[in-house]
Design a protein. Structure first.
Length: 292
């Protein structure tokens, strides 16, 4: 493995790409309202005609691109501060999305709050900027349908930026109608969801890095409060938040100390407000609601 340092990264990237291609193919079939041949499920159809996976390419490419740009934001910020870090590791998952996201492993400690802040904010900022054009392209390709035209479906909670783009590109939605989003728009939507989760001020999440850089050891209390909020959101709106509360707790609520405890400069404090705004416009309390 020492002679092939990127083999694991490439294998995980390939498997995650396959998973998202399969999910994207299913999304495309649903979006185009294509009826599969009797007795043939999606996997049987893929085995018979592997080229059908190309239908999932718009979703897979869009989602993988957003995740990659997010992690490269962290990676290049690490490079700028001479912090050793790996290339992104993608996490394949047999879920509605096809992945649990991606991460980089930081191998050397942060020497200052400035480097911690820069690395923490670079990923969400880059990922958000990548998600916006994806959402615009996806919503432009989406179409209006009657609310009761699909017997079983899932309604996506709309972050503010998603709603704003839809209003600009599609106008007001008429009564008894809804927007059937294109798979590309769904990829952008997930990019926003991943951004908002990572910006919760918990431990070594991106938001945890940022808040520790701003407030030091007091950030621990923000982490505890965030887990409580996630649990309440899981009870009241979407059970998936309970899973993320568990993951965040396992990751750890307390951020490791930083060697140099200097104050952040006004420029970085201003950027912190931009990151807060990104969180606000990317967050939705009920990401998915099943309609039966």
């Amino acid at each position: 493995m020492k002679n092939k340092p990127y083999l694991v990264n490439l294998l995980l990237f390939a498997v995650t790409s396959l998973f998202t291609l399969i999910i994207g193919t299913q999304f495309q079939i649903t979006f185009q309202n294509i009826a599969l041949p009797p007795g043939n499920g999606l996997f049987a159809l893929i085995l018979k005609k592997p080229a059908i996976l190309l239908w999932g390419l718009p979703y897979s490419f869009s989602l993988m691109l957003i995740l990659l740009i997010h992690e490269l934001g962290h990676f290049f910020a690490c490079r700028a501060h001479r912090i050793e870090a790996t290339l992104p590791f993608f996490i394949p998952a047999p879920t509605l999305i096809g992945t649990f996201g991606a991460f980089i492993k930081i191998k050397s400690p942060f020497s200052s709050k400035k480097s911690l802040f820069d690395v923490g904010m670079a990923g969400p900022l880059a990922g958000f900027l990548a998600a916006i054009p994806v959402i615009c392209i996806g919503i432009a390709r989406s179409r209006m349908i009657e609310t009761n035209s699909i017997p079983t479906a899932a309604t996506l909670g709309e972050p503010l930026i998603f709603t704003l783009v839809a209003r600009i590109l599609k106008g007001p939605i008429a009564a008894h109608s809804d927007l059937l989003i294109h798979p590309i728009a769904f990829a952008g939507w997930f990019g926003l969801l991943a951004t908002s989760f990572n910006l919760f001020p918990i431990g070594q999440l991106d938001g945890g890095h940022i808040v520790y850089a701003l407030f030091g050891k007091k950030s621990y209390y923000a982490g505890v409060a965030s887990v409580v909020v996630l649990m309440l959101l899981g009870i009241l709106f979407w059970q998936g938040w309970l899973f993320w509360a568990l993951i965040a707790t396992l990751i750890g609520l307390r951020h490791p100390p930083i060697f140099e405890e200097e104050r952040l400069d006004p420029k970085r404090k201003a950027i912190a407000f931009v990151i807060l705004a990104i969180f606000i416009v990317s967050f939705t309390p009920a990401p998915i609601t099943l309609i039966r």
